[in-house]
Ligand binder design. Structure first.
Ligand SMILES: [Mg+2]
Length: 368
């Protein structure tokens, strides 16, 4: 951005979730996040690090991100140096990048969506449902979200909890709502083949896609599946960089990409989006249970025209309850979430809520 960085505050926050969220890899009962607040020559900006507390979902954890920021990224940023000699730590980098962009755009009075060239005023709402042992309970949950207006229901699945889950969800959702599955990389290739064979025998299941059936690194396995099955395959955890996204597309290892701004950063997410547009590959916006700060960035990116599929943009209430988010809540209105139009992210943490949710805080300056 070219602005001088004067000071950074890191807020480790913890928000209770309305219900624990279970996937094939991890159960999340409270939402931990690291908020980055920068003070630059342009002003104040905010970013959210979406890394999780444990490395079960992706390798980088919140604590890794904090140390990467404190010891490696911020000293370079304070010195006005390039961050290019640090590898990895994409979530830490993404949070800092977001805060710097937010500060600059606030100074210019320009919204993030407008800066990105995104023109959708609102984004279709979709919701992810964690693994639930009791299928009757799951049917009720699906019906509640359909009633609330969600246009896409995504069910987490794992080996042993898949076809029955999806059949129950389709019955509860009715034929109009989009239905997707997310395996979070929990199937071996043979298990995935069996899964697709069973899914494709069921009339009316009509899945939008299956997200990440096999492990993140298993590009060749995904390429085989794309060749052999009819259901669209969407890669999520695999997509850790612009280069990997290009690789997945060139190797025909997916029919669609889930683009996560929290993992890639704003500029890389835009470049992956542009790659999908050039390659005529479907894309959907992927969520990370963000607080309102990260959710604002997610919505601005999701407003880009190349997002051809409904993804993970949910209302704040789905995770944090009516007034539990750090920012003013994002609400679902006629099946959509409005893209913020204020300068920068267009939102910021409400001070009392931030104070209530902060469990650790540190201030870093150029002169340490
Ligand atoms: Mg996913």
């Amino acid at each position: 951005m070219g602005d001088a960085l004067h000071e950074v505050e890191l807020f480790r926050v913890r928000l209770p979730l309305v219900t624990p969220f279970r996937t094939a890899r991890v159960t999340t009962a409270v939402k931990d996040a690291l908020l980055v607040r920068v003070r630059t020559s342009a002003g104040i900006g905010w970013g959210e690090c979406t890394a999780q507390a444990t490395p079960a979902y992706e390798g980088e954890t919140i604590d890794d991100a904090r140390l990467a920021l404190r010891d490696h990224l911020l000293p370079r940023a304070f010195a006005g140096a390039d961050l290019g000699d640090v590898r990895g730590h994409t979530s830490a980098r993404a949070a800092l990048e977001c805060a710097l962009i937010d500060a600059r755009l606030r100074a210019e009075g320009l919204s993030l969506a407008a800066w990105l060239g995104a023109s959708r005023p609102a984004v279709d709402a979709g919701v992810a449902i964690g693994l639930v042992a009791d299928l009757d309970a799951m049917r009720r949950i699906v019906a509640t979200y359909v009633e609330a207006g969600y246009k896409r229901i995504k069910c987490k699945i794992e080996p042993g909890h898949d076809v029955a889950v999806l059949t129950a969800a389709r019955a509860a959702a009715g034929p109009e709502v989009l239905l997707a599955a997310d395996a979070n990389g929990s199937y071996a290739l043979d298990e995935a083949r069996r899964l697709f064979a069973e899914i494709e025998e069921i009339d009316d299941l009509a899945l939008q896609c299956v997200e990440q059936p096999c492990a993140p690194e298993a590009l060749a396995d995904h390429a085989l599946l794309v060749e052999q099955v009819r259901t669209p395959i969407c890669l999520d955890e695999t997509i850790t960089s612009v280069a990997v996204a290009k690789d997945a597309i060139v190797r025909c290892a997916c029919d669609a990409l889930a683009i996560k701004v929290g993992r890639l950063g704003i500029e890389a997410a835009k470049r992956v989006h542009d790659t999908c547009v050039r390659g005529a590959i479907d894309a959907l916006p992927g969520g990370m249970l963000e607080t309102g700060v990260g959710r604002a960035a997610l919505l601005a990116v999701a407003a880009l025209p190349g997002f051809t599929l409904v993804g993970d943009c949910s209302a704040s209430e789905r995770f944090f309850g009516v007034d539990g988010d750090l920012t003013a809540p994002f609400v679902i209105d006629d099946g959509k979430l409005r893209v913020p139009t204020g300068p920068g992210l267009g939102v910021e943490p409400i001070p009392e809520r931030l104070a209530r949710c902060t469990i650790a805080r540190e201030r870093l300056t150029a002169r340490r």
